[in-house]
Every structure is written in structure tokens, then in C-alpha cells.
Design a protein around this ligand. Structure first.
Ligand SMILES: Nc1ncnc2c1ncn2[C@@H]1O[C@H](COP(=O)(O)OP(=O)(O)OP(=O)(O)O)[C@@H](O)[C@H]1O
Ligand SMILES: [Mg+2]
Length: 271
């Protein structure tokens, strides 16, 4: 008899911009889907880059996370199929910025997403792509999450972005609102020939210890066009890439992450 657990909800977060949050959200989701898991990707960034990568058709007239945050519709109402089998999408929109401003004075403003997640079923794992700014979008994501995944590049400011994300999580725990745990830290744009790569890796290992994932995502220009081409790295490399290194890296990383989550492609969670 299987134990009935809530599916994991992973917030991909780093308050420093350009650290690979969206790249990890989209491609980890694709790798999980390839393993046979039913994945929900929720876009909490007003830049909506994850939405651009995954959306199946035009969004006109459809509900987005902006409407959910503003309390106009429920999360279940905005979930749509994506361009990849196994992934459903709660799309983001630039109106999210305004929606987040509109809830600033509201009681329970940090809990909106958590409450909405409680109404959605039918997924084995959810991934939230979060914005770099410290605002209610990130807080709502961290409160809703069971796990926090911290991507980082060799940028020397990456660690500071990870630390301020941890500070936000600590405040949430201290307030007794939620207690997300850290799934781990994954290095993006890894190039072992560069001193900065190993410096960043060592600094994160020192701060986070075993939480640093062994798998890395190597530097790879194939990632750059993916959102604009409305593709994940698997499809892009299959159709246009000169190498399939990005796909290989995300497959390895997804297996390591599934191990930490205690999930595998064959043991789905009853929703
Ligand atoms: N392994 C890689 N090698 C080279 N470039 C990469 C790699 N992974 C991601 N990138 C590129 O780095 C840039 C930043 O990545 P991404 O958009 O995922 O970061 P982000 O943390 O979501 O940014 P933001 O804070 O703006 O939301 C993108 O142009 C992306 O294509
Ligand atoms: Mg992003």
C-alpha cells in the first residue's frame, strides 16, 4: 500500500537575475515529463519567459497567474496544456506586476498561491518559476512550495542572491506560515576550464554543503534561443542543436533531483 503524500511543489528561486531559474524550470519540467511524471509549471514571473517556452497557442483572453493573484479566477481555471506532453502550464503575464501591486494591502496576501494549490489535483510534481525581485510574487511562491531549488551561475553575485532567498524562506518559517525545505543548488553555465566556475562552486559548497547537486548544466549556447523558439532544450537540440549536451545534462540532473524527492518516473503520487 502506498502512502498518500502531497505532490512536491518546487520553487526555482534566486534573487539575483539571470541565474538560470527559467531555464531550470522549463527543462527540469521537460525531463520530469520524459520520465513519465505529470508536471505542472506555474509562471510567477511577469517576464513570462517560461510561458513563452512552453505555451501551446496564443494566450489571448485566457486566464494567467495575474488573474489568480488578483483573485479573479482560481488556479485550476487557468491551467492549460503545454507544447510538451506531460506538462500543463499556469501561464504568466506582464500584468502580474500590477496584480501583485493590487494585493499589497490585503490580509493573507502571502498565502494566495498556497491556498490555490490546495484546489488543484492531477499532477505528480509542480515547478514554480519565480521572479528575481523580492516582492509578493517570490514570497507567494516560497510559501506555496514544499521545496526550494536554487540555480546559480559563476556570477560572483549569485551567492548573495541565494542567501537573500534563504533569508526570505527563513522569515516565512519564523512567521509560521510555511516551511519549505531546500532541495538543493544546481550550477548553470558550468565550464570547468574557467577559474570562476570552480570559485563559485566552492563558495556554494562551503555555504550549502551536500545540498549542492553533483549534476551540472554545462555552458551551452543552445539554451539561448529556446524561449523565443517556443521550445525546451530537448526539442531544440533534437531539431536544431549541433550537440545534445543540454538534454544530457538535464536528464542527469532530473534523475538526481528525483532521487532527492524520493520520486521516480514509475512511482507516481496519487493525486
Ligand atoms: N547552461 C547555459 N549555458 C549558457 N547560457 C545559459 C545556460 N543556461 C541558461 N543560459 C542563458 O542565460 C540567460 C539567463 O537564464 P534564465 O533566463 O534561465 O535566468 P533567470 O534566472 O530565469 O533570469 P531572470 O532573473 O531574468 O528571470 C538566458 O539567456 C539563458 O538562455
Ligand atoms: Mg527567469
Amino acid at each position: 500500500m502506498g502512502v498518500c503524500m502531497a505532490p512536491p511543489i518546487i520553487a526555482v528561486a534566486n534573487r539575483k537575475g539571470g541565474q538560470g531559474k527559467t531555464t531550470v524550470s522549463v527543462n527540469l519540467a521537460a525531463a520530469f515529463a520524459e520520465e513519465g511524471l505529470r508536471v505542472l509549471v506555474l509562471d510567477m514571473d511577469s517576464q513570462a519567459n517560461a510561458t513563452r517556452a512552453l505555451v501551446l497557442g496564443p494566450l489571448q483572453g485566457r486566464g494567467t497567474t495575474a488573474h489568480v493573484i488578483a483573485g479573479q479566477v482560481g488556479l485550476a481555471d487557468i491551467v492549460i496544456p503545454s507544447n510538451r506532453e506531460g506538462i500543463v502550464l499556469a501561464p504568466g503575464h506582464h500584468e502580474l506586476t500590477g496584480a501583485l501591486m493590487s494585493i499589497v494591502g490585503k490580509i493573507g496576501r502571502e498565502l494566495i498561491l498556497k491556498r490555490e494549490f490546495a484546489t488543484v489535483t492531477g499532477f505528480d510534481v509542480a515547478i514554480i518559476d519565480t521572479p528575481p525581485e523580492q516582492q509578493l510574487g517570490l514570497v507567494n511562491s516560497l510559501v506555496a512550495a514544499s521545496h526550494i531549488l536554487l540555480p546559480f551561475t559563476p556570477d560572483p553575485n549569485a551567492l548573495e542572491g541565494m542567501q537573500t532567498t534563504m533569508d526570505a524562506a527563513a522569515e516565512i518559517r519564523a512567521a509560521g506560515i510555511a516551511s519549505p525545505s531546500v532541495l538543493g543548488c544546481v550550477q548553470i553555465a558550468y565550464d570547468k576550464r574557467l577559474v570562476v566556475t570552480m570559485e563559485a562552486r566552492n563558495a556554494v559548497a562551503e555555504r550549502f554543503g551536500d545540498l549542492l547537486f553533483e549534476s551540472v548544466i554545462r555552458t551551452n549556447s543552445n539554451f539561448l534561443p529556446c524561449p523565443a523558439w517556443n521550445m525546451d532544450i530537448f526539442r531544440y537540440e533534437e531539431e536544431h542543436g549541433r550537440t545534445i549536451r543540454g538534454s544530457e545534462d538535464f536528464r542527469s540532473f532530473a534523475r538526481e533531483a528525483l532521487g532527492r524527492l524520493g520520486l521516480s518516473g514509475t512511482t507516481k503520487i496519487a493525486a
